[in-house]
Design a protein around this ligand. Structure first.
Ligand code: AMP
Length: 114
């Protein structure tokens, strides 16, 4: 079996994280290397390596994750907006192969990505 990702180790309580939200399907915690005043990572507890590994059975899970994004945006005071990012694969800049959404905000964000 492949080694656990760092996010699976956070889910399993093996390494600490600054958790801001958790339910039976997902958890959200602060990114250890924040790129904005608010930088949260939202992850499903189900081990899904990347966006490309989602299946039709994950559609309800995705709806739930988006609902949690809206809830967190409100709770974290991101009324003026935020950015939701999922890096996919090496060209997309993905470094942790456990699906995650970056929620970035707390300042105006420029575009475009490098
Ligand atoms: P990505 O490059 O899109 O795969 O994003 C991975 C993110 O995980 C990066 O922004 C890292 O800063 C973040 N990260 C890596 N290890 C940890 C950790 N132990 N706790 C919180 N965030 C982490």
């Amino acid at each position: 079996m492949a080694d656990k990702t760092i996010f699976k180790r956070i889910i399993d309580g093996e390494i600490p994280a600054e958790v801001v939200y958790e339910d039976n399907l997902c958890m959200a915690f602060r990114d250890v290397n924040p790129q904005a005043p608010v930088h949260i990572l939202l992850i499903p507890k189900k081990e899904i390596a990347s966006l490309n590994d989602l299946t039709d059975e994950d559609t309800p899970l995705l709806g739930h994750l988006y609902a949690v994004v809206r809830r967190l945006a409100k709770e974290l005071g991101l009324e003026s907006g935020y950015r939701l990012v999922t890096n996919c694969g090496s060209d997309g800049g993905q470094t942790v192969y456990h699906l995650h959404f970056h929620i970035l905000g707390g300042r105006p964000l420029s575009w475009s990505p490098g």
